[in-house]
Design a protein around this ligand. Structure first.
Ligand code: M7G
Length: 292
């Protein structure tokens, strides 16, 4: 692990979002004249650190009242790290993605997908270079948990960058398929069920082996709409309310497989519902088309 000081030159322009409950802050600013988004997040307190926290920390009394007292605990620096994510150079779309915004539920028929969504995402979506870097072992190669190299049904399973891997409590991995022409749920047909079953089966096995977490404690799903249009599957721990696991965005992989088994073109024809943020260009397209 390298030690860097790049953030010392960061100039904050505005706060995109923050949450006292989630203990994070999303900051927009400039890093060496380039637009950047920096995400800071306090990490969970791990049980195995408790002995060190109790023995090696200094207590500062804030108040005492009867049997109640509150303190500030000054823990050793290595137990007080902040998980930091940097996106630089960040596009305007990245800035929007992280900004808190009202959302609106869109109803997308198969026809709407062809006439509104597809043309839009072909022009406007995030680069998936980071995905290709993973598949080609140009980045994060040492983080791969499992790989099936088969070009048809193969995939790479690795920790999502939202997960610091320090505790299984907030486990979050993604499986990225080797096939490059499947953009999202909408492209899936019964032809892809072997691929999806393979990801489901081998992903669950790999997670059991590595993290000792059984399949019954996993939430395995796809996002629609995703941010990145290269098919990938999210694996999160069941009790953990992962960002984006809400009903209006997540589709359980087991449901997806069943739906394709009962109708090969299920996702070509179904009306799908998903939220779009107020400033999302795709929302304007749905409005222009009179679909909202
Ligand atoms: P998504 O459903 O396309 O978009 O999922 P979302 O970010 O709106 O949920 C993409 C997933 O890939 C997310 O869970 C991201 O946290 C994760 N992710 C994004 N990037 C850029 C990276 C990366 O560079 N490395 C890793 N390991 N995960 C990433």
């Amino acid at each position: 692990p390298e030690s860097e000081s790049i953030l010392s030159g960061f100039k904050t322009s505005n706060i995109l979002r923050d949450s006292a409950r989630e203990k994070n802050i999303f900051v927009h600013g400039k890093l060496a004249d380039q637009d950047a988004v920096v995400i800071l997040e306090k990490t969970p307190i791990r049980e195995d650190n408790l002995p060190e926290i109790f023995s090696g920390s200094r207590l500062k009394l804030e108040m005492k009242n009867d049997i109640y007292s509150t303190y500030r605990l000054q823990v050793p620096p290595h137990l007080n790290e902040i998980k930091t994510t940097v996106v630089c150079p960040a596009t305007e779309k990245h800035v929007k993605k992280y900004q808190r915004q009202d959302s609106f539920l869109v109803e997308e028929t198969g026809k709407d997908y062809q006439s509104i969504t597809l043309p839009y995402i072909q022009k406007q979506s995030f680069s998936v270079q980071w995905v290709y870097n993973i598949l080609e072992k140009k980045a994060e190669a040492d983080r791969i948990v499992y790989e099936d190299p088969d070009p048809k049904v193969g995939f790479v399973l690795l920790p999502d960058f939202k997960w610091d891997q320090k505790q299984v409590d907030d486990l979050y991995l993604i499986a990225i398929v080797h096939q490059r022409d499947i953009k999202s749920l909408r492209d899936l047909t019964s032809e892809h069920t072997p691929l999806l079953q393979n990801i489901f089966q081998k992903g669950k096995e790999a997670i059991l082996q590595r993290y000792n977490l059984p399949a019954s404690q996993l939430r395995v799903y796809l996002h629609y709409q995703p941010s990145y249009y290269h098919l990938h599957v999210h694996f999160t721990k069941l009790g953990y309310e992962a960002p984006g696991c809400s009903v209006e965005r997540a589709h359980l992989l087991s449901d997806v497989i069943q739906n394709l088994q009962s109708d090969p073109d299920y996702y070509k024809n179904r009306t799908l519902y998903f939220p779009l943020r107020a400033d999302d260009g795709l929302l304007s397209k749905f409005k222009e088309a009179g679909r909202l």
